[in-house]
Design a protein around this ligand. Structure first.
Ligand code: HPA
Length: 270
């Protein structure tokens, strides 16, 4: 299987067995610089790994330790809107699963649907609504990865959210909690689409994360999702959404995300 080819390639550079995996979204790559004794492998060097074209994604796998805990960090991810299949969007997560992670932390930039959220805020994802019209599990099931019909009841682990909340409190970082509604993109949602998401129970809108979490849960990996609210979603405020402004807010909030992850990630190894 192609995932095994990728693992074999990574094993040429590192024999580290990561306990925790972290996916860093657009402009949120700061944690990668905190990894000690690190080995970096560009996605372009790993067979089967999709190379993202999105701005703010440099595309590198970082293996090493944080506070002594072995971790694997994906700096940059592929998105469905790039025209990449859902199974390939989840490829990196499957490789991390094969390398040995038991816990996955997935981060992203998202639009705030819930009017109580504000740009720059961190939000713990409690559940998701997959509106992307596909799944990373479509196609023949690989029984060595997981079952044909995996349960999604506890896709985002409640215990991990408690730990994240405690770590944030210690750092004085305010975190919200909400349901992530995943949109195909690449265009931002229309105001009517955001009203639809709100009516369905969505608090955040984004274009990533769910395919990775579905693949991780398939493999029995525990997941924690953290969104950075970079803007209020379409129609929530009487203003347009500007991608430059989204990136700028993301960059400003990235510091608190990195601080939280630095404290939290090493505690997630058990
Ligand atoms: N919608 C979807 N994805 C996003 C948004 C948004 O408003 N902001 C950042 N990513």
């Amino acid at each position: 299987m192609i995932v095994d080819d990728a693992v074999e390639r990574i094993r040429q550079d590192s024999d580290l067995v990561p306990r925790v995996g972290v996916v860093l979204g657009s402009g949120l790559g700061g944690l990668a610089d905190e990894v000690e004794s690190r080995v970096e492998i560009s996605y372009t060097e790993i067979p089967g790994w999709p190379v993202s074209t999105a701005i703010g994604h440099t595309g590198v796998l970082v293996l090493g330790t944080i506070a002594g805990v072995p971790v694997a960090v994906l700096r940059g991810r592929a998105h469905l809107y790039e025209g990449i299949g859902a199974d390939r969007v989840a490829f990196g997560v499957r490789v991390l699963g094969r390398l040995g992670i038991g816990t996955l932390v997935v981060t992203n930039a998202a639009g705030g649907i819930d009017a109580d959220l504000s740009p720059g805020q961190l939000v713990l994802i409690s559940d998701h609504i997959n509106l992307q019209g596909t799944s990373s599990l479509v196609g023949p099931n690989d029984e060595s990865l997981g079952p044909r019909f995996p349960d999604m009841s506890d896709a985002y682990d409640a215990e991990l959210r408690i730990r994240a909340r405690l770590a944030a409190e210690e750092l004085g970082i305010h975190v919200g909690e909400g349901v992530y509604a995943a949109w195909l993109g690449p265009q931002f949602e229309s105001p009517a689409e955001i009203r639809f998401m709100r009516a369905a129970g969505g608090d955040l809108a984004g274009m990533s994360t769910v395919q990775e979490v579905i693949a991780a849960r398939h493999m029995g990996i525990r997941c924690l999702g953290i969104s950075v609210v970079t803007n209020m979603a379409a129609g929530v405020l009487p203003e347009k959404i500007d991608h430059e402004a989204v990136l700028e807010v993301g960059e400003r909030a990235a510091g608190s995300l990195t601080a939280l992850l630095r404290e939290l990630v090493p505690t997630l190894s058990v």
